[in-house]
Design a binder for this molecule. Structure first.
Ligand SMILES: NC(=O)c1ccc[n+]([C@@H]2O[C@H](COP(=O)([O-])OP(=O)(O)OC[C@H]3O[C@@H](n4cnc5c(N)ncnc54)[C@H](OP(=O)(O)O)[C@@H]3O)[C@@H](O)[C@H]2O)c1
Length: 214
């Protein structure tokens, strides 16, 4: 696949770029600034030894992509969606972003109830939005030679898009459990501040989740 990562210069987008490129995908690493994207892509090529990582502006990265991944801060979510709605609308969109507030750290959803619901609201009916990876820490993705054995919950209303995200996840060592429709997105997005709090409490870099009974 050709995967565009909007906000790909950040910790989460960059970590996903490394893992997806290593799994053989073409990655378009997006940024608001072309030079920043180019530099991050060069670093990613060096770390992975893969040529198929190119840095571009977010808009250019989405051109000819077959999937989009959104990894921008919660505060940038709505603005980014509005700016890129046209190219995003035609793609399956994996939304990893989480609306959080600090002081104290908490889940802070938009009026739609979750970031994923906001994505659907902006892109419109028929948009293929999947939400997942909120429980995966970027610091787990970035050491590219370390094996991944992680789990995540995934929600969405489009079966094909969920299947595609599930397959991608599996290729990078993440089991994506289908947790149902997009209306459950708030529940899984809220895992991120919870797990960040646990990282601090247990002095661990990347606390995650594991399901039993499946
Ligand atoms: N980090 C994690 O471990 C983790 C885990 C689970 C979920 N998440 C979620 O994934 C998302 C990304 O996390 P992150 O840690 O990678 O975040 P980040 O490093 O703070 O930001 C990611 C990228 O977003 C872009 N960005 C920043 N402000 C922006 C703005 N106002 N408008 C448009 N783009 C902007 C920046 O790219 P440019 O400056 O290059 O445009 C930045 O490199 C967040 O919503 C986070 O909650 C993160």
């Amino acid at each position: 696949m050709r995967i565009a990562i909007v906000g790909g210069t950040g910790a989460m987008g960059f970590g996903l770029a490394l893992r997806l490129a290593k799994a053989g995908h073409e990655v378009r690493l997006g940024s608001r600034q072309s030079a920043k994207a180019t530099a991050a892509a060069a670093r990613a090529r060096e770390l992975t030894g893969r040529d198929g990582i190119v840095g571009e502006t977010n808009a250019a990265a989405l051109t000819e992509a077959t999937m989009a991944i959104l990894t921008v801060p919660g505060t940038a979510h709505l603005g980014t969606l509005r700016a890129l709605a046209d190219p995003l609308r035609r793609l399956p969109v994996l939304d990893v972003s989480v609306p959080m507030a600090f002081g104290p750290l908490r889940y802070d959803p938009p009026p739609e109830g979750s970031n994923a619901a906001q994505t659907l609201a902006v892109l419109g009916e028929g948009a293929r939005v999947v939400a997942a990876f909120h429980s995966i820490a970027a610091s787990l993705l970035t050491p590219i030679d370390a094996p991944m054995e992680a789990e995540t919950l995934m929600v969405g209303d489009d079966k094909d898009a969920k299947r595609a995200v599930g397959a991608l996840a599996e290729q990078i060592g993440v089991t994506a459990h289908d947790a149902g429709p997009l209306r459950f997105a708030a529940t899984i997005e809220a895992l991120t501040p919870l797990l960040i709090g646990m990282n601090r409490r247990y002095s661990r870099p990347h606390v995650g989740i594991r399901l039993t009974g499946l």
